[in-house]
Ligand binder design. Structure first.
Ligand code: BT5
Length: 252
């Protein structure tokens, strides 16, 4: 077990940490903590979740003892809140690179991939406060999830399988949260956006995207700092797409 109390000591030295062996959802607990006045940088960590979720209420699969499931609390002006997704994906991509894993990239809008497989999903949930937004930045990182025989076996991957050696989740959490502290200061000057954008792995490719009602296909040209995708349609027109699920159709 790599989330034992003493292993989390370095994390606790740097921030307020609430750790649960089991919770409904780390994000839900962090949202409640924001309403109680949580300090920036505070973290809710859980070994397993009974209602861990992704976007649109999708289930997040993470058996006990296999994943890093946490929610990092930060406060941003409303106009920068969209960059919290970028912040989360950036620190995980950086971690993978530092570990020496090849083929790391970010798939718009919120996945970190190794090759074409998802190793991490990011889900920010915002609370509107009088002066700014409180954000519970949920991160689900597969450390040693065994996907064999699950519906995710061809689309998901775990860090230890990519790396071929064991990792310690408490150490990974310490690294990630320190990088979150560091990079969140660089959101206002565009540093996070630039570092995130340079890691996008689907730019220039033909993608199809479900915008919630409409299915569009085109070339993913760029993503703006407000998180909107610029999609060049077959007729040449560029459409600004603000949300949706992106499928890479083929290499462009
Ligand atoms: C996400 O949603 O990728 C965001 C996941 C965020 C999870 C964290 S854990 C801590 C915090 N507390 C929470 O309750 N949530 C956050 P989305 O883009 O909607 O992707 C969900 C889809 O990814 C599912 O429908 C599956 O297809 C796939 N999926 C589920 N579990 C996966 C896993 N462990 N690895 C890779 N893919 C997975």
């Amino acid at each position: 077990m790599d989330l034992l109390h003493h292993m989390l000591a370095p994390v606790r030295e740097a921030r307020s940490l609430r750790y649960f062996e089991q919770a409904g959802s780390a994000n839900d607990l962090a949202v409640a903590w924001i309403r109680e006045g949580a300090p920036a940088g505070a973290v809710v960590l859980t070994d397993t979740q009974t209602s861990g979720h992704g976007r649109l209420g999708r289930e997040w699969f993470a058996p006990a003892g296999t994943a890093l499931l946490f929610s990092y609390i930060l406060y941003l002006p409303a106009e920068l809140a969209a960059q919290s997704t970028m912040l989360g994906a950036l620190v995980v991509a950086e971690l993978c690179e530092t570990l020496g894993i090849p083929g790391v990239g970010i798939k718009y809008p919120n996945d970190v991939q190794i090759g074409a497989r998802k190793v991490c999903g990011v889900l920010p949930e915002a609370v509107a406060l009088p002066e700014h937004m409180g954000i519970a930045l949920g991160i689900g990182l597969n450390v040693r999830v065994n996907f064999a025989g699950t519906p995710l076996q061809n689309t998901a991957i775990s860090l230890e399988h990519a790396l071929g050696r064991p990792l310690n989740r408490a150490e990974l959490l310490d690294t990630l949260t320190r990088q979150l502290d560091h990079w969140r200061e660089h959101i206002p000057e565009g540093g996070v956006y630039r570092a995130w954008h340079s890691r996008l792995n689907m730019l220039g490719q033909t993608v199809s995207i479900d915008t919630g009602g409409e299915r569009l296909q085109g070339i993913a040209e760029s993503v703006r700092d407000d998180g909107a995708l610029m999609l060049r349609l077959p007729g040449g027109e560029v459409r600004i797409v603000t949300a949706g699920d992106l499928v890479v159709a083929r290499a462009g």
